[in-house]
Design a binder for this molecule. Sequence first.
Ligand code: EPU
Length: 337
Amino acid sequence: MNILNNFSLKKYNTFGIEAKAKQFVAVKTTEELKTIVKENLAKPKFILGGGSNMLLTQDIEALVIHIDLKGKKVVKEDNDFVWVESMAGENWHEFVLWTINQNFGGLENMSLIPGNVGTTPVQNIGAYGTEIKDTFASCEAMNIATQEMKTFTKEACHFGYRESIFKHEVKDQYIITSVVFKLTKSNHKINTSYGDITKELDKQNVITPTLKDISNAVIAIRQSKLPDPAALGNSGSFFKNPIISKVDFDKIHALHPEMPHYVVSATEVKVPAGWLIERAGFKGKRFGDAGIHKNQALVLVNYGNATGQEILNVSKDIQDTILKEFGIAIEAEVNVI
Ligand code: EPU
């Protein structure tokens, strides 16, 4: 294990922002991880997974530990289900394809989400009607202070919309090293509840979709709306879809009856931030090298050499405008560093 000094993180964040780590090390095994953490207990540390959900607005004055743990395997099965374990450093989409190729069901709607497996529970990633929590069985994590391993069950993770215990109660205390998913072996629960998926399957003349068909439909939808980080720096949805009170919603809806919305509970309604941003006139706009994607207003992009600060300024401008125009506060989904 080589600790590198003054290391560029440009290739380690999907926004493609140029920022430096004071120190950087990549760990390939849990033992290496334990050793490096133990030997550097007093130093400030920053844990880096796939770098797909963060905006770097400054250099990181810490030891950056890149989780590069690899491996995936079936750990248990019964007649109906299979429990599959993936190490934290596996690329999420490659892992999803690996499960589909073996006809294991449950992750197909989350095809092509950027990032690594280890960070998926942190914000309970989700797309097209499915969230991690629907198939998550447990994860292993290392306590940074003691280097002891702990198993977190699904119940222990306190999953919510883009939320988990790892963002709150135990924030910065654990490093997730592997995740186990409980997937179906047969009688798959094909989820076409999301309108875009049915439209895409119709387009492809698919009547009884397989896991692969769903995955292909999701890939086609995502590719048509969301920029590929390898071609255009981005971090997926920059904002969360705001959940507002029914009282506030009714007032805004009366002024904008065409506003899409999803009822969350008797008292709460979720509104798509992408729609608000588009309505506020930001979709496709560019400010220097920072901009708002032309096909999905929820995604901020780096056209080349934007700094994190420039992207952050655009995001603040969007937040201020939406607050003024609609009275709705929208929150960043990505971690601003
Ligand atoms: N919309 C607009 N303009 C836009 C974007 C969206 O009017 O520029 C409208 C759409 O017409 C639609 C509604 O907003 O009526 C919702 O749009 P979409 O179905 O594209 O989903 P989203 O709410 O924008 C969420 C997730 C995505 C996920 C999709 C599909 C969040 C913050 N984002 O986006 O997740 O892929 O649903 O399930 O919940 C991510 O987290 O990085 C991500 C891409």
